[in-house]
Ligand binder design. Structure first.
Ligand SMILES: [Zn+2]
Ligand SMILES: [Zn+2]
Ligand SMILES: [Zn+2]
Length: 592
């Protein structure tokens, strides 16, 4: 069952809160087909947050302490469900041969889906890793290769299975960190834009796509209260494209140079022929088909009149979504990587508007492109002696190969456009995830007419409920492999290292920082970054107490105002003598 507030994808491409669903509603199945809801159940159970594992750690660093807005991680792929809900998982299982020269053997590592008895008497399917040994002889090598091929034939490259949230803990750490959930792109759409422009749904002519591109460009660099777009005049291909794309709609882009001919031109999209000698009418807003779309389809919000990406765009027809994103990239995007060999691309779009950030993320995912959001605090910077105020900004980062390249093929800006890729796959995108315990919440479950996977609003593929979902269940054992970092709130199952005393664990990041700088807080175990150490040094030394009550001298900890201790020798070489020597140097009594 899912927590109240979980948004599910309906068959028509809109989304609804799970608590609003009723029997006979239709959801969108993973294959895009509609699937009927036959019943709704409600309960109160403890929930778990299933969340995309990214490298973001919004709570770390100085920026996060100073700016509360940066403590939020925006638009991470996640959903909250109960402990007994089934997840749709995949684990790679390609068998491998390893050479072990010390033991003179070939070791074949392979993974299979095994039946396991749980402590509460259920039989579940869970992936397990196995090893088989062969002698290091020519015959042994052939046997090993045959065995590997046989295993690959039996189990395939991937294990696909469903597993309840509570059973994730039974997985070996190595397998758990390579286990993936998936999100699935949308191949169909609602055809709202073409219906508005042509009267027919899904009639995505060249002109409709040109309109979609202009809308994207306006969302990026347009003026909120009139059909005007700011364009870099050095980018001649972009200006040409704007002329070209607006022509089918009877729109003539014009701009006036101001007293200072600046590089940025404010291009107005006039409707109707250019005014001749006799001053024939020429309209900016009236009857202007572009402005009609902007206002009628709510690209301009009611009320405050701000720019937004209306939610129908999230599930528009595929080409419309692509053309729209291309316009947005032409305006505000930055294309970072392009390696001819791997074809991997990264595009980032900066925006200060949350609605535009949401739209970018949803449309990217609907096209099978991974999207994450990072943020920048507001600040004042100096450019060529002038003070410039930068607002709080969202950096929307999109990663992909040929799917992203296909969007860029609609772009017109000189250095952003790319050729149309030869093939485009619309396969699901896989991502690793964490499971984090939450409190007791209202939960809703749905039963479906067919046994199919369905999509959430964020395109994550999920199952609907089975009978075990109805009642609250608890974990029989506490998590077997879960580890906690003593220096930060991070929890995980892999990449933890022994701390300075050897009795507790540090996460990979804190461990790296500690090894690099050698500073740690005696009071709260915090490991400062090099930059924070610098700030602490600038503030100067002071006297504080160790947790045992011994006075010590040192720099202050940013987090708790305790005293930072410096370890000259770190890692396994550190000896007891070293520890006591350091302790003497820092103790106030000895210095005097
Ligand atoms: Zn359920
Ligand atoms: Zn840590
Ligand atoms: Zn501290």
């Amino acid at each position: 069952m899912f927590e109240d507030g979980t948004r599910v994808m309906m068959a028509d491409g809109r989304s609804k809160d799970i608590s609003e669903l009723r029997a006979n509603d239709y959801l969108m199945a993973e294959d895009g087909a509609p699937v009927k809801v036959t019943g709704v159940i409600k309960d109160s159970q403890s929930t778990y947050e299933i969340v995309h594992k990214t490298k973001h750690r919004a709570f770390e660093g100085e920026a996060a302490t100073n700016d509360p807005l940066r403590k939020i991680i925006y638009q991470r792929l996640s959903f909250n469900c109960t402990l007994t809900h089934d997840l749709v998982l995949r684990t790679p299982a390609k068998p491998m041969i390893e050479n072990d020269f010390t033991k003179n053997i070939y070791r074949v590592r392979y993974r299979t889906l095994d039946k396991v008895n749980t402590d509460d008497g259920r039989i579940i399917n869970i992936p397990k890793q196995h090893k088989k040994y062969f002698k290091m002889t020519p015959e042994g090598k052939t046997d090993a290769e045959n065995f590997r091929d046989e295993m690959e034939r039996q189990c395939g490259e991937f294990l696909n299975y469903n597993l309840q949230v509570r059973d994730l803990d039974l997985m070996m750490p190595l397998l758990r960190i390579t286990t993936y959930l998936r999100f699935s792109p949308l191949t169909s759409g609602n055809g709202v834009l073409s219906q508005f422009l042509t009267g027919t749904k899904h009639l995505n002519t060249k002109a409709v796509l040109q309109m979609a591109w202009m809308l994207g460009l306006w969302i990026g660099d347009g003026t909120t209260n009139e059909p005007q777009i700011t364009v870099d005049s050095f980018d001649t291909s972009l200006i040409d494209a704007l002329n070209e794309n607006s022509k089918p709609w009877g729109i003539y882009p014009t701009y006036k140079d101001e007293a200072f001919a600046s590089r940025c031109k404010h291009v107005s999209l006039h409707y109707g022929q250019e005014a001749g000698e006799n001053r024939v009418y020429r309209n900016l807003r009236k009857n202007n088909p572009f402005w009609n779309v902007v206002t009628s389809l709510k690209f301009k919000r009611d009320g405050d009149g701000g720019k937004q990406i209306p939610t129908f765009m999230w599930s528009e027809d595929e080409e419309v979504r692509e053309a729209f994103m291309a316009g947005l990239i032409d305006a505000d995007g930055y294309v970072c990587k392009w390696t001819e060999k791997t074809g991997n691309l990264k595009v980032s779009i900066q925006t200060i508007y949350p609605s535009i950030m949401n739209g970018i993320v949803h449309i990217s995912r609907s096209l099978g492109i991974t999207a994450t959001v990072t943020t920048r605090s507001s600040k004042t910077i100096t450019i060529r002696g002038r003070q410039v105020q930068c607002q709080f900004t969202f950096d929307c980062n999109m990663y992909g190969s040929e799917r992203l390249q296909n969007i860029l093929s609609y772009c017109h800006s000189g250095h952003k456009t790319r050729p149309v890729p030869s093939t485009i796959s619309r396969d699901p995108v896989y991502f690793t995830f964490l499971d984090i315990k939450k409190g007791i919440n209202d939960v809703y479950g749905l039963t479906l007419e067919e046994d199919k996977n369905v999509l959430l609003e964020n395109k994550t593929v999920v199952t609907m409920c089975t009978s075990q979902c109805k009642n609250e269940h608890f974990k029989i054992k506490p998590s077997k492999y879960l580890q906690h970092c003593i220096a930060c709130p991070h929890k995980g199952i892999k990449y933890f290292y022994k701390n300075w005393s050897g009795t507790a664990k540090l996460c990979g990041r804190c461990w790296q920082r500690y090894k690099f700088s050698g500073y740690r807080c005696l009071n709260c175990n915090f490991v400062p970054e090099a930059r924070e150490v610098k700030i602490a040094k600038a503030k100067g030394e002071g006297v504080g107490l160790t947790p045992e009550g011994v006075p010590v001298k040192g720099y202050f900890c940013r987090r708790c105002n305790g005293i930072l201790k410096y370890d000259g020798v770190r890692g396994p070489k550190r000896t007891k003598e070293e520890t006591s020597r350091k302790a003497k140097v820092t103790s106030v009594g000895n210095i005097q």
